[in-house]
Design a binder for this molecule. Structure first.
Ligand SMILES: *[C@@H]1O[C@H](CO)[C@@H](O)[C@H](O)[C@H]1NC(C)=O
Ligand SMILES: *[C@@H]1O[C@H](CO)[C@@H](O)[C@H](O)[C@H]1NC(C)=O
Ligand SMILES: *[C@@H]1O[C@H](CO)[C@@H](O)[C@H](O)[C@H]1NC(C)=O
Ligand SMILES: *[C@@H]1O[C@H](CO)[C@@H](O)[C@H](O)[C@H]1NC(C)=O
Length: 270
């Protein structure tokens, strides 16, 4: 009895520690940098803080308020895609960039996890040349538009925020993407009926409020504007918009299942 009783006690600090620090709070990390408030606001607005918080190792390439202005006017979807391309799924801090050899590295970004990447546009080319570090899209022939400026924040091996001189807009990222890709595939378990049953109510309502907003954007003329009541039209729109992405179709089907489950539960009660 004795050893068995002490075992959970031994595990407790370990579990507590790991849950307390699973992920960094990027919003908090940005807090003292008012010069980066636009990027911080955009990460919150696009809800990218959620997938970012799920990764254990992230390097965010940050752009200050002045430098980010060329992208703030783009549609929500575009801004989201562009920002996802600034989230490197690896840990690179000042020490690593300074110690980097004169060569190129291809960084995988969060955008690549959506499964929508084309021609390496989910990757970033990081090249060191004459002691300076440059960044550009991973798409072949893309210019290395941004330059390493300085490190803003680091939590060793987990989260590093690096300032770069300007945003990197990869070819193809301005294409319409509807609906927005689901959060990071590697960590998200496949949708299951239990997920649908456990999902909180506000989810579908949130979808309804965000979808019409996006389709009013002039750059997305191809996408038929869904009416809030016609779920079938939404599915058709999604299928048309994303013919090459089974992941998103699956995501949409999952939402439909979720919606049906919700409706069933609502009417079941009454
Ligand atoms: C930091 O990253 C390491 C290795 O990637 C991981 O084992 C650890 O749990 C992470 N810690 C935090 C605070 O997220
Ligand atoms: C992250 O920090 C911000 C600001 O301190 C706070 O509003 C937010 O709730 C935090 N998010 C998480 C997931 O802890
Ligand atoms: C961005 O939008 C604002 C308001 O709609 C407009 O005044 C401004 O000129 C736009 N900027 C660019 C660079 O398009
Ligand atoms: C990265 O960009 C540089 C400069 O454009 C290029 O020479 C290099 O081949 C690129 N690296 C890769 C791996 O494509």
């Amino acid at each position: 009895m004795g050893p068995n009783a002490t075992l959970p006690l031994c595990l407790f600090p370990l579990i507590f520690f790991s849950t307390a620090v699973t992920a960094d709070n990027i919003t908090k990390a940005f807090e003292k940098y008012s010069d980066f408030s636009t990027m911080n606001d955009l990460l919150i607005k696009t809800k990218l803080t959620v997938p970012i918080s799920k990764y254990l190792t992230i390097t965010l390439l940050a752009v200050n308020n002045k430098a980010i202005s060329p992208i703030v006017n783009r549609s929500d979807v575009e801004v989201k895609n562009i920002l996802m391309n600034h989230v490197i799924l690896d840990y690179y801090d000042e020490i690593k960039f300074k110690g980097m050899k004169e060569k190129s590295i291809m960084f995988t970004t969060l955008y690549q996890t959506t499964g929508l990447g084309e021609e390496m546009n989910g990757f970033l080319n990081c090249t060191k040349s004459k002691g300076k570090v440059y960044f550009g899209s991973g798409v072949k022939g893309s210019p290395l538009v941004a330059e390493y400026v300085k490190e803003l924040y680091d939590n060793p091996y987990n989260l590093s925020i690096i300032q770069i001189s300007m945003p990197i807009v990869a070819p193809g990222l301005s294409l319409e993407l509807f609906p927005p890709p689901p959060p990071p595939a590697p960590l998200a378990p496949p949708p299951s009926p239990t997920d649908a049953a456990n999902a909180p109510g506000p989810e579908p309502a949130d979808e309804d409020t965000t979808i019409p907003k996006r389709t009013t954007d002039s750059q997305e003329v191809d996408s038929p504007a869904p009416t809030p009541s016609a779920d079938n039209e939404k599915i058709e729109a999604a299928d048309k918009a994303m013919p090459s992405s089974p992941a998103c179709k699956a995501g949409f089907r999952f939402r439909v299942v979720l919606l049906i489950a919700l409706l069933v539960s609502m009417f079941g009660i009454r």
